[in-house]
Design a protein around this ligand. Structure first.
Ligand code: GLA
Ligand code: ZN
Length: 668
C-alpha cells in the first residue's frame, strides 16, 4: 500500500500550494528557481484549476499543466497533484443549478466563491469523476507527480431535496423500518412520528428546537456522503495508478466530518493548521490537533497547509514573527508531521485571499519573510532524520465526533461545558510536561495505554462503553470527566444513576446535574483532609453524587452541594470520576498525580521543564520551544547534541528568547 514513507525517503517534505495559473509564464521559471533556493521539495498543484483545465464541458486543456509539471520536474520539485473539484467552474452551476448546495433555510447558494457543490448531486459527482479521471490518465506517468490530492478541505453540508433523498436511503439502510427509526430516535415527543419515509427531511430551520437524534444522524450522513465523494475520486485515480498515495486535506477538529471514520480510506493523513498568533491558547490547541492527526494516521502525518505569517480570514490578522513561524512549523514536526507545507507559494494579488501571507510575499523574495522561509527550508533539510520517527504515548485522550456533535446540541443543562475547551484543559498539563498523548476513539484498542482520559464524552454507545470496561478489566486506568456517558449511540439519555455504564465499577451514582451559578465554589479534601491534590475552586458545573463503595478525593465546600463529593474513584483506584470543572491548578495536580501513580515518566531528557518552555519528544529528537521573551536555561539529564548546530550540551542548554532547538541524546 502506498504511504507517506514513499515521499520522505530523503527527509522531510517542504513546500506549499502552488497556483501558477494566476501568473504569467515568465514567473513560473522564477518560481522554480526560488523554490530551489528555498529548498522546497514538493508543491501542491491544481487545487483550484478546474475552469482552466476544462473551460467548457468535455473540452480538456491540459497543455499549460504539462508545462508546469515539466518545469517543476526539471527543477527537482515533486508534485502533489490535486483534483480541482473543490471549486467547480461557473459553467457547471449554470448548466445544472442543482449542483449548488442549499442552506438550512432551503435557499440555494450561488457560485462565485468556492466549495459550491452539493455532495450528493449526481451531475456534480459525474463531472468530478470525469475531470479526475482525465487528470489521472494524463499525468499518472509524469515523473514529477508523487501524490494525489483529492478535492480540498471536503466539508460542504447541504440541505437540498437530493440530499434529503440520500439521507432517507441512508436511514433505511441504518434502521430498516420506520418503527425501528421511531424507537431509536424517540419520535413520540412532540408528535414527530413519521408514517412514511418521504416525510423525513434534513434538519431544516424550524420554528423551535429540532430533535437531537435527527440532527445527529444528519451529521453522520453528511460525513458519509462526503466520504463517498472522496472515494469516487480516489477510485478514478486508483483505476490508473495503484502506486502513489492519495490524500485529502483535513481541517483539524472540524465539526462537519467524522475524520476517524475516513482515516482508513486515506493513504496519507494530512491537515491544515492555522494557529492564531494573537491567541495565547493557540500553541496548546495546535499541539492537540497535531496529536489527533498522528493518532488518525497511526504514525507520521503531513502538515499540508499552514501560514508563513498572517491569514486574511480572521477579522484582525496578526502576522507571525520569524521565530513564531519557525515554532508553529517545528511544533507540527515534533508532533509527528513529516513535513511543512504552506498555503501558498506566491501571494495572490487578486481574489478574496489577496492579503493572505505566502512563502513569497507581494514584496518579493528580498524580504524578511522570504528569508525566514529559506531558513526554515535549510533547517528542515538538516532534520531529515526526523522523518518516519514515532511519538511514544502512554496516555490517551478519548475524543469522538458523534459525542461532540450530540454534546453541543442546544437545550442541555448548560452551554458552558464545551467539548474542545474541556479536552484542551485536560491536555494542557500533559503538554506542559512534555508527555506524549494519543487521541483515540472509545472503541480504539486501549491496551497499550497506561492511562486513558475522557474529559468530555457525553455520548458513549454500547460498544464504546464495553471497550472502556474491558480496558479497566484488563488493568487499565480511566479518568472520566463531567457529564460523560450520559447518552447512548442514538443520543438518548441513559436512565439510572450516572455515569450509567460505569456506576457499578465506580461505586458511586449520580442523581442530578447541577450547573453552578456564576462564581466559584470551594473544593476541599474528601476521605483525606487535606486532599492529596490540594484544594481549589470549582465553577460552571457540578453533579450530585451518591457514594456506595467509592472513595472521595474532593468534595464541594459552599454552594448548594456543600459537602457532597466532587471527585471520586473506585476502590481499586483505577476508575476516576470528576463531577465538576476545577481550576487549572487543581486539574493539573490531579492529572499529574494520576500520571505519576501509573508510572508514566517523560521520554524527554529534561530534568525539569521550565514554565514558558514547550517540549515535545519524537523518537530520539527533543523539540524545545521557548515561548518567553527571555532566554531559558533548561536542565538536562543526559548529554545532548543540538541537531542544527552540532554543539553539545550538559548539564543544561540555553534556549534563546522565542527560540526553538532540536536536540538529540549524544551517543555514549
Ligand atoms: C484553507 C484552504 C486554502 C486557503 C487557506 C487560507 O486552508 O484550503 O485554499 O484558502 O485556507 O488560510
Ligand atoms: Zn444537496
Amino acid at each position: 500500500m502506498p504511504t507517506l514513507a514513499d515521499l520522505t525517503s530523503r527527509g522531510l517534505v517542504y513546500g506549499g500550494d502552488y497556483n501558477p495559473e494566476q501568473w504569467e509564464r515568465a514567473t513560473w521559471r522564477e518560481d522554480v528557481a526560488a523554490m530551489q533556493a528555498a529548498r522546497v521539495t514538493m508543491v501542491t498543484v491544481g487545487v483550484f484549476s478546474w475552469a482552466l483545465l476544462e473551460p467548457e464541458r468535455d473540452r480538456f486543456e491540459p497543455g499549460w499543466m504539462d508545462e508546469v509539471l515539466d518545469l517543476l520536474h526539471e527543477g527537482g520539485i515533486a508534485v502533489d497533484l490535486a483534483t480541482p473539484t473543490a471549486s467547480p467552474p461557473p459553467w457547471l452551476a449554470t448548466e445544472d443549478p442543482q449542483t449548488l448546495p442549499v442552506d438550512a433555510s432551503g435557499r440555494r447558494l450561488h457560485h462565485g466563491s468556492r466549495t459550491h457543490y452539493c455532495p450528493t448531486s449526481p451531475t456534480y459527482r459525474e463531472r468530478a469523476r470525469a475531470i479526475t479521471s482525465r487528470i489521472a490518465e494524463r499525468w499518472a506517468d509524469h515523473p514529477a507527480v508523487v501524490m494525489w490530492h483529492v478535492n480540498n478541505e471536503l466539508g460542504t453540508t447541504c440541505w437540498c431535496p437530493r440530499c434529503a433523498a440520500s439521507f432517507r436511503a441512508w436511514l433505511q439502510r441504518r434502521y430498516g423500518t420506520l418503527e425501528r427509526l421511531a424507537a431509536s430516535w424517540g419520535t413520540a415527543v412532540w408528535s414527530q412520528r413519521y408514517s412514511s419515509w418521504e416525510q423525513i427531511a434534513p434538519p431544516l430551520h424550524a420554528p423551535y428546537l429540532l430533535h437531537p437524534a435527527h440532527t445527529l444522524d444528519y451529521r453522520r450522513f453528511v460525513s458519509d456522503a462526503l466520504l463517498e465523494l472522496y472515494r469516487a475520486e480516489r477510485d478514478e485515480i486508483r483505476a490508473v495508478d495503484t502506486s502513489r498515495p492519495v490524500t485529502t486535506n483535513f481541517m483539524g477538529f472540524f465539526p462537519g466530518v467524522d475524520y476517524r471514520s475516513w482515516a482508513g480510506d486515506i493513504d496519507v493523513i494530512s491537515d491544515d493548521s492555522y494557529p492564531d498568533p494573537a491567541d495565547p491558547q493557540a500553541p496548546v490547541a495546535a499541539a492537540l490537533t497535531h496529536d489527533l492527526m498522528r493518532s488518525l494516521a497511526g504514525g507520521p502525518w503531513l502538515l499540508m497547509e499552514q501560514a508563513t505569517s498572517a491569514v486574511s480570514w480572521r477579522g484582525h490578522n496578526v502576522p507571525k514573527t520569524t521565530a513564531r513561524m519557525r515554532q508553529d512549523a517545528l511544533r507540527a514536526v515534533a508532533h509527528g508531521s513529516d513535513g511543512v507545507l504552506s498555503f501558498q507559494w506566491r501571494a495572490s494579488p487578486t481574489g478574496p485571499e489577496r492579503f493572505h501571507s505566502a512563502m513569497v510575499p507581494h514584496a518579493g523574495t528580498e524580504t524578511r519573510l522570504h528569508r525566514a522561509v529559506q531558513q526554515l527550508g535549510r533547517d528542515l533539510a538538516s532534520l531529515a532524520e526526523v522523518a518516519g520517527t514515532e511519538v511514544q504515548a502512554d496516555v490517551a485522550i478519548v475524543f469522538d465526533w458523534s459525542s461532540w456533535w450530540a454534546a453541543e446540541e442546544p437545550a442541555t443543562p448548560t452551554d458552558r461545558l464545551r467539548v474542545l475547551p474541556q479536552l484542551r484543559a485536560w491536555y494542557r498539563p500533559l503538554w506542559e510536561a512534555g508527555i506524549g498523548v494519543d487521541v483515540v476513539a472509545p472503541t480504539s484498542d486501549l491496551q497499550r495505554y497506561r492511562l486513558v482520559l475522557a474529559p468530555q464524552l457525553y455520548l458513549l454507545d454500547d460498544d464504546g462503553a464495553a471497550n472502556l470496561r474491558g480496558y479497566l478489566d484488563a488493568g487499565g486506568c480511566l479518568a472520566l470527566g463531567p457529564f460523560s456517558a450520559v447518552a447512548d449511540g442514538h443520543a438518548r439519555v441513559r436512565t439510572g444513576g450516572f455515569p450509567v455504564p460505569f456506576a457499578d465499577l465506580l461505586g458511586a451514582e449520580g442523581e442530578e446535574w447541577w450547573p453552578l451559578p456564576d462564581g466559584t465554589v470551594g473544593l476541599v479534601g474528601g476521605d483525606h483532609a487535606p486532599a492529596p491534590v490540594g484544594h481549589g475552586q470549582a465553577s460552571v458545573w457540578a453533579e450530585r453524587l451518591r457514594m456506595t463503595t467509592a472513595m472521595c478525593d474532593l468534595r464541594f465546600a459552599g454552594g448548594d452541594l456543600d459537602g457532597e463529593p466532587a471527585l471520586v474513584h473506585s476502590r481499586d483506584g483505577r476508575l476516576h470520576y470528576l463531577a465538576t470543572i476545577p481550576d487549572a491548578g487543581l486539574l493539573r495536580r490531579w492529572l499529574l498525580q494520576l500520571v505519576d501513580r501509573r508510572g508514566i515518566g517523560p521520554t524527554h531528557p529534561l530534568a525539569r521543564v521550565p514554565s514558558d518552555l514547550e517540549v515535545a519528544q519524537r523518537g530520539p529528537f527533543t523539540f524545545l520551544l521557548n515561548h518567553s521573551d527571555a532566554a531559558l536555561e533548561v536542565p538536562l539529564r543526559s548529554v545532548c547534541v543540538d541537531v542544527l548546530t552540532g554543539s553539545t550540551h550538559h548539564p543544561h542548554v540555553t534556549v534563546p528568547r522565542s527560540g526553538t532547538l532540536v536536540l538529540r541524546k549524544a551517543p555514549s
